[in-house]
Design a protein around this ligand. Sequence first.
Ligand code: ADP
Ligand code: ADP
Length: 232
Amino acid sequence: SALLNLRDVWVEYGDRIIIENLNLDIDAGSFVSVVGPSGAGKSTFLRLILGQEAPTHGKILLDGTPLIPECGPDRGVVFQRYSVFPHLSVLRNTIFGMECAQAPISGRLFGSARRAAEAEAIEMLTAVGLGDSLHLYPAQMSGGMQQRLAIAQALVKRPRILLLDEPFGALDPGIRADMHALITRLWRDYTLTIIMVTHDIGEAFSLGTRVLALDKRRHDPHAPHRFGATAV
Ligand code: ADP
Ligand code: ADP
């Protein structure tokens, strides 16, 4: 059965409808590419699944229960840019991924928990190809290496769902091919469910097991709403 269920989900900003009655099940282990024109609601869709934003109507279930907001252990996210902290080393950036999940209040892990987090971080950094770069800072690394670090930071807490918001959009085509191979390998090795927003239609179809096309809803704000009990 599905890992994520979206049931009658609407997102409205004022009288603009962005997501209009979306019903969608996402199976565990799938790789969903999300495409659509600018303004279609792709980032909004990711924010809903992260729990950063609640739908105006409808519900989103993870394993049959309502989502808890982001930074929980279930979901990791990588953005096109600015996912990692410039003032932290590669290793400390990755440990932060564990602290965010395990110590969301204090923000720090100590003692044996910290040593365990460090071991996990080194393992994940090795998996993304940064095992020899633990003490570098983001400014010393290429864009591709910074995205490898962002992926390690998102995956170190072993989330089931990895959300990618145009993760390779700022990279050169040659580097992008390496990143495609990496993300495919991580998806298999860690049995992830991946939801990736992309503008690259080739990437959407070559990586995705499913392609979700969002479109712009043009809704007449003066028409009666089509949800709930409509008086007729
Ligand atoms: P996409 O990622 O597909 O480009 P977005 O999800 O960023 O689209 O945005 C969808 C639409 O919703 C856009 O027209 C955007 O301007 C609008 N929008 C996004 N967030 C807000 C908000 N918090 N308040 C009002 N409008 C918003
Ligand atoms: P299908 O299951 O129909 O093959 P998808 O898995 O791609 O298609 O699901 C996309 C669904 O989302 C389609 O039914 C499409 O009409 C719908 N959809 C696209 N854009 C929006 C939107 N902005 N709000 C709500 N639903 C949308």
